[in-house]
Design a protein. Structure first.
Lengths: 138, 104
């Protein structure tokens, strides 16, 4: 369920992205910044947004996992995912800020895929535990 | 943010958060782990709840406390633990005794 707070946050993130891209596009058309700078700034902005969102993961993630596994394990998964996502956001931001652009793109995709793979592994682990428990009880 | 710093300033509250890292615990279990009175412990829980660092769930007569910290808050706690952060010298005990004095 999306709360009012989450909706407001999502809308403000969308507004920030829209305004930043409009501003950078206007600057680019007036030849005040280079295309590389625009790509880098947008990358850094996306990384910062990822950090801000990932920071809230352990706190705001709906407690659905509690239905499927032990609360302690649920908490551990949330914490690992939160820390990993923040680290990925940090990596994404730093890559776009300092690495050469072609490499920054690769690093960006790699860190996002890594977080996604870990999240999917954790979910499968939770579902597998649940399935195993149900089979052992029946 | 002030409420978070206030909550993390006290070593007992930090220890409660450390214990909750392992998983949800009942109020009684947490209170037994410290050498403080039950009302003082309740005051500590109230501060942590106000800072939104833990959440309480009542099941029957038992209150279960669960950790509810963001990554930044956890990092702040680690920082406070490492460097012995003491933002406010006030603990719930001193505040409570001051309130009693004010009343009398």
């Amino acid at each position: 369920m999306i709360t009012k707070f989450q909706m407001r946050r999502l809308l403000s993130i969308a507004a920030v992205l829209f305004l930043a891209s409009a501003l950078l596009n206007a600057l680019l058309q007036r030849h005040m910044v280079s295309a590389e700078t625009v790509t880098r700034l947008m990358g850094v902005l996306k990384g910062i947004i990822l950090i801000v969102c990932a920071n809230e993961v352990p706190k705001r993630l709906p407690p659905l996992a509690r239905l499927y596994c032990h609360p302690a394990r649920d908490l551990a998964y949330r914490r690992i995912l939160g820390w990993l996502a923040v680290a990925a956001g940090l990596g994404y931001t730093l890559a776009y800020a300092f690495a050469p652009l072609p490499m920054a793109r690769i690093i960006g995709i790699c860190v996002l895929v890594l977080v996604l793979v870990v999240a999917v592994c954790m979910m499968s682990c939770v579902v597998w535990t649940r399935y195993g428990n149900r089979r052992s009880t029946s | 943010m002030t409420s978070i710093f206030k909550a993390l300033a006290d070593p007992t509250r930090r220890q409660v958060l450390q214990m909750l890292r392992a998983g949800p615990l009942s109020a009684g279990t947490l209170a037994d782990a410290f050498d403080v009175s039950k009302p003082t412990m309740s005051a500590h829980f109230a501060v942590l709840l106000a800072a939104d660092l833990i959440e309480a769930e009542k099941s029957g007569r038992v209150i279960m406390y669960r950790l509810k910290m963001s990554v930044l808050e956890e990092a702040l706690m680690g920082f406070a633990q490492a460097f012995g952060l003491q933002v406010t010298p006030e603990s719930p005990t001193t505040t409570a005794s001051r309130r009693t004095k004010d009343k009398s």
